[in-house]
Design a protein around this ligand. Structure first.
Ligand code: CA
Ligand code: CA
Length: 502
């Protein structure tokens, strides 16, 4: 009898714990019971953050403190695409580029017939009882004469949208490698110390705005707040104090192999890639250390701004019922693969920083090696907040993984760059297929023996089965490119009419 009571007692505990874990998934969200969501995007941040371990020189006390006291770090988080526009379009619509045709920065999801009617993540929350608000870059910006200022930055997706503003002050000094080689596109490869003051700069102002929101209420509703941080996106112009954190003489530049691209070849044996113009500028001018320091200065600046937000949240009424997801939109190379920037399908481009706090669920100061994708955030947040699943979502909820970070989690994930180029990783191997760029050329890397992806194993017959297994995750459907906005972002947008979707 005693045994029987014990088992009933045990059963009650188990049922109780199950109920508490799934409570959020069944209750209607309210401000007192359900979760709020703080969704923080950091533009072009890689893993050069203290607690993420990508560069031990990084000085990021606020990230580190947040991780120590509140966050789980997802070590194997990947982006759906390795450039701003398509990765954000995918994670916000919940659909991969292969299903929407939004493959590049010039393609506004609102012009894409397969994307323009999808309910985006903030809209989904806003249409189901949440108060939604935003400041800073969440959606990619496009020229648009039909919206205030001629800029479509996704303001339509939020109930309250505040344009990011700020002033950097005068430039104090600038190290600018000759920009002549960079006219073909992308942001200027330049960096400068600016006068500030830091308190007037854009990201700081954005974080003060966000910090102030924790002192208000939202008409009795839970909130979904999206905050976009713009650094470390180029140009690397931040106040002098952040450059001063790093001594140029002591900076160790990231390692790279000069012949690293030689084993990535077409079927005729010719190399697919060559060093980028930014790499040649930094290399030719012996400026790798300067470039590394400038990026680190921007990371420390972003960390400083986020500290304001973390402090305010910690002290607020929302500290214990707000899910925080902090993510970078794609990785960034600093000389690895003879490349400065994004757009690769290598680990340095595809892997993103990802910190998450789900109060009562994620244990703080922990790390998880389960493979996830930013496109999984949409279904995961619905799951955690008890909203109905969206059948249009391509991603998979990883809510279970947050409860149990060491569970079996075997879901290889996809990163795409432009039409028909894909990379799949299962956390150990990375398989890449250039169906669009180089007639089906391939790469395979084994991270157990080669974490920096130096040795391309794709032509080694020993790995035939590994390749066949990962190939199953390469999409077979490729939606054609959606219409391109001829104006990369904002220039002359007043004269442009957005083409009506067919
Ligand atoms: Ca970006
Ligand atoms: Ca190589």
């Amino acid at each position: 009898m005693k045994d029987c009571r014990f088992y009933i007692f045990l059963w009650l505990i188990l049922v109780g714990s199950q109920l508490s874990l799934t409570r959020a998934a069944t209750d209607e969200p309210t401000n007192s019971q359900g979760y709020n969501v703080l969704f923080i995007a950091i533009d072009d941040l890689n893993d050069w953050v203290g607690c993420l371990g990508g560069n031990p020189q990084a000085i990021t006390p606020n990230f580190d403190r947040f991780a120590k006291h509140h966050a789980m770090i997802m070590n194997k988080a990947y982006c759906p695409s390795t450039v701003c526009g398509p990765t954000r379009s995918a994670l916000l619509t919940g659909k991969h580029a292969t299903n929407t045709g939004v493959y590049g920065n010039r393609q506004n999801l609102k012009d894409a017939p397969k994307a323009n009617e999808l309910e985006t993540l903030p809209e989904y929350f806003g249409n189901r009882g949440y108060y939604t608000l935003s400041r800073g870059k969440i959606f990619h910006k496009h020229g648009d004469p039909n919206s205030p200022g001629g800029v479509d930055e996704g303001q339509w997706a939020f109930q309250e949208f505040v344009k990011a503003r700020g002033s950097n002050g005068a430039t104090l000094w600038e190290e600018k490698p000759a920009l002549a080689g960079l006219k073909s596109g992308g942001s200027p490869f330049s960096w400068a110390a600016v006068k500030g003051p830091t308190e007037k700069t854009k990201d700081y102002s954005t974080c003060v705005w966000a910090a102030n929101q924790f002192e208000r209420d939202f008409d009795g509703k839970p909130f979904f707040m999206a905050v976009g941080i713009s650094k470390p996106h180029l140009p690397w112009n931040v106040p002098q104090e952040f450059f001063d954190l790093y001594s140029l003489n002591e900076i160790e530049a990231a390692p790279f192999q000069r012949n690293d691209l030689d084993d990535i070849v077409r079927k005729d044996g010719k190399p697919i890639f060559k060093p980028t113009s930014r790499f040649l500028l930094a290399d030719g001018n012996d400026m790798h250390r300067q470039a590394n320091r400038a990026y680190l200065a921007c990371v420390s600046y972003a960390d400083h701004c986020l500290g304001v937000l973390f402090d305010s949240l910690e002290k607020s009424q929302y500290a214990d019922n707000t899910i925080v997801m902090i993510w970078g939109d794609h990785g960034w190379h600093l000389s690895e693969k003879l490349h400065y920037g994004k757009t690769g399908l290598w680990e340095e481009s595809a892997r993103v920083p990802f910190l998450v706090n789900v109060p009562g669920v994620t244990p703080p100061n922990t790390q998880c090696d389960g493979v996830i994708n930013l496109i999984d955030m949409y279904p995961t947040l619905l799951d955690l907040c008890g909203l109905p699943p969206n059948s249009n979502n391509d991603g998979r909820s990883f809510a279970q993984l947050l409860e149990n970070p060491s569970m079996e989690w075997n879901f290889p994930t996809l990163t795409t760059y432009q039409f028909k180029n894909h990379s799949v990783t299962d956390g150990r191997y990375r398989y890449t297929w250039y169906g669009g760029r180089a007639d089906g050329a391939e790469e395979l890397y084994d991270h157990d023996t080669d974490p920096l992806e130096h040795l391309n194993l794709a032509s080694n017959p020993k790995y035939k089965e590994v390749i066949a297994r990962l190939q199953q995750h390469v999409p077979t459907h490729h939606e054609p490119n959606s219409p391109s906005n001829p104006h990369n972002a904002l220039k002359n947008s007043k004269n442009q009419k957005r083409p009506k979707p067919k």
